[in-house]
Design a protein around this ligand. Structure first.
Ligand code: CA
Length: 233
């Protein structure tokens, strides 16, 4: 496998050094920027395989940087945040980051997340060949075409972000079955650990706003108290 390049945009020098040291030892080629504007230029120029992005940065903050790059590229973005209350914005529709870690995090966890993201990309690539044979899924006016990656609700197109689509595809393909948040994380996000399940909750909330007549009283994507979620068959 060719060596992968990771761009780290982080202005805390000590943390940046520790992260770069760890990831170089894991065999990645590291690029670093301590400033949002420099990070943006480097991301465009070097086209890294993955972006590690701090939120609070000089010049352009991590939110804006993520938003700008999302419009230009599909490179995986893992955000580093010091504030738990930023998590909703990060994993939600607004930014489209692929994953996040809250500070302080262990180097071991960082490495695990990065490997999981790269594995996911590889899986997506191998899955692309098979997707043509997947049947169109249909449930009470909600229709999902896996090959075309198109969703319609009563004939009207529904615009979904990639992970929302994947979650809906998984739930529709397994309609009537209840899944815990951990299992959904593993099956849809590809994480091996039983980590932060808020990612699932946020995506469920966003999905409901698009597929439910009344998102506050969901009829399709329902919560099974103490268990998880299911899509009504
Ligand atoms: Ca910072």
């Amino acid at each position: 496998m060719p060596q992968r390049t990771i761009l780290l945009v982080e202005d805390e020098e000590t943390l940046a050094r520790a992260v770069a040291f760890t990831l170089e030892r894991e065999g990645y080629r590291m690029l670093t920027a301590a400033d949002g504007a420099v990070g943006l230029a480097m991301a465009r120029e070097a086209k890294p395989d993955l972006l590690l992005l701090d939120v609070m940065l000089p010049n352009i903050d991590g939110f804006d940087l993520c938003r700008i790059l999302r419009r230009e590229t599909t490179m995986p973005i893992l955000m580093l945040t010091a504030k738990v209350d930023e998590v909703d914005r990060i994993v939600g529709l607004e930014l489209g980051a692929d994953d996040y870690l809250t500070k302080p995090f262990s180097m071991r966890e960082l490495v695990a997340r990065i490997k999981a993201l790269f594995r996911r990309i590889e899986m997506d690539l191998t899955e692309k060949g098979k997707v043509q044979s997947q049947p169109v899924l249909d449930s009470d006016g909600l229709r999902l075409d896996p090959a075309a990656r198109v969703v319609t609700l009563r004939g009207k197109p529904v615009s979904l972000r990639p992970k929302e689509f994947d979650l809906l595809a998984f739930l529709l393909g397994n309609a009537g079955i209840v899944f815990s948040r951990d299992v959904l994380l593993e099956r849809v996000w590809g994480y091996e650990y039983t980590g932060d399940t808020r990612t699932v909750d946020v995506h469920v909330r966003w999905l409901r706003e698009k597929i439910e007549d009344d998102p506050g009283r969901p009829r399709r994507l329902v919560t099974m108290r103490g268990v998880g979620y299911k899509l009504e068959a």
